[in-house]
Write a protein that binds this ligand. Sequence first.
Ligand code: 5GP
Ligand code: MG
Length: 181
Amino acid sequence: MSAYYAIHDPLIERVLLTEDEIATVCSTLGARISADYRGKPLTLVALLRGGLVFLADLCRNIDLDLTLDFMAISSYGTGEAVRIVKDLDDDVAGRHVLVVEDLVDTGLTLHYIVNVLAGRSPASVAVCTLLDRRARRIADVPIAYRGLEIPDVFVVGYGLDLGGRYRNLPYIAVVRDEVMG
Ligand code: 5GP
Ligand code: MG
C-alpha cells in the first residue's frame, strides 16, 4: 500500500477504504445485480469521469449479457443546475438502465440524470453507487445498490478527484480538512 504515491502526499489524511475492501463491495454488488437482472436487457450507464473506475470493476463482477454506455454532466453556478455534456451513444428504450455512480452527495446530479433517463422509455431505471454520504442530501433519490456509507469528509481516489488529480488511486482516501477549507 505504501508504494502508492498519495500515502505521502501532504493533502491526504488517511486511507478510508482499501483496495481489498472495495473489491469485496464490487463482488457483493455484482452478485446482487446478476441475480436481480437475470434474463433482462441491462445497460450500465456510468457518469464520467468519476464513475469510470467503479464501472470497470463492477461490470466484471456482473455475470450477465449487458451493454455499457457513458454520460457526462456538468454542474454550473452553485451546483443547483446540471446539464448534459456528453449524452448516451445508444437508445435505452425497452432496456433496464442501471446508473453507476461513484458517490451520492446532495443527490442533485442523480435526481437529474434519473429523470432524464426515465423520459426515454426504458424498462426501468435504478441507481448503483459505490459511496453514499447522507449528511448533505438534498434530493431524495432512491438508491437500489449502495456500496458503503461514508462520513462527512471529502474523499479522493478510485475515480474521485481533487482538481483532476488522484483518480488513479486504487483506494479511497480522505483529504485533509485544511485543504477543503
Ligand atoms: P451530488 O449531485 O450528489 O451532490 O454530487 C455528486 C458528485 O459530486 C459525485 O459524483 C462527485 O463527482 C462529486 N463529489 C461529491 N462528493 C465528493 C467527494 O467527497 N470527493 C470527490 N472527489 N467528489 C465528490
Ligand atoms: Mg461524479
